[in-house]
Unconditional design. Structure first.
Length: 187
């Protein structure tokens, strides 16, 4: 479906941003496999400035459950180790003098179920965000109709398009969620 109405396009963009935010949020949920996005929120105090870890070091995945952090500046190794210990990752870093290894522990079945619930809760927040954007979009369309910019028929047609855009966005969120749940629950 080709959408040309600028109001709907504007709100569709907001819905897409909500989907992307959900994807980023779900990327930080540890699923028992190494993923560099786990470290996106880690900031290292570097010369008195909080610096994102991924700007200070190369992060690679040499094995399925291992993250290897190789700093560009070897003198920052201790600072990176300290930042990892202070973070909410709950994984003890292993410093070998030139790089840091993070071994992602195997998840228990109980922990997997907890994470799946967390994924569902995060997904629900994404759906609420999309529904809020839909409400804003409907209000904008009704206001445009009240101002005489739209006829009753145009309003009804645009409301139908708006609902289809919303349904599509919700479906995208459900697909993203299903993918993450599968990843979390996989043994």
């Amino acid at each position: 479906m080709k959408i040309t109405d600028p109001t709907i396009l504007q709100y569709q963009e907001k819905m897409t941003k909500a989907e992307e935010a959900l994807q980023r949020e779900l990327g930080t949920i540890r699923a028992g496999v190494a993923n560099a996005s786990l470290l996106n929120r880690v900031n290292v105090e570097y010369y008195g400035v909080p610096t994102p870890l991924n700007q200070m070091a190369q992060i690679s995945v040499p094995e399925a459950r291992v993250l290897l952090i190789t700093p560009y500046d070897k003198s920052s190794l201790k600072d990176i180790e300290h930042a990892l210990l202070a973070s909410d990752l709950g994984i003890a870093p292993m410093n070998d003098g030139s790089a840091i290894r993070l071994v992602i522990p195997q998840l228990t079945e109980e922990r997997r179920k907890e994470l799946a619930k967390q994924v569902k809760a995060t997904s629900e927040k994404g759906k609420v965000a999309v529904r809020n954007v839909r409400r804003e979009m409907m209000d904008a369309l009704k206001k445009a109709q009240k101002n005489g910019d739209l006829t009753e028929d145009q309003l009804r047609d645009l409301e139908d398009v708006a609902q289809k855009v919303t349904d599509n966005s919700i479906k995208n969120i459900e697909n993203i969620t299903a993918e993450k749940e599968k990843e979390v629950l996989a043994g």
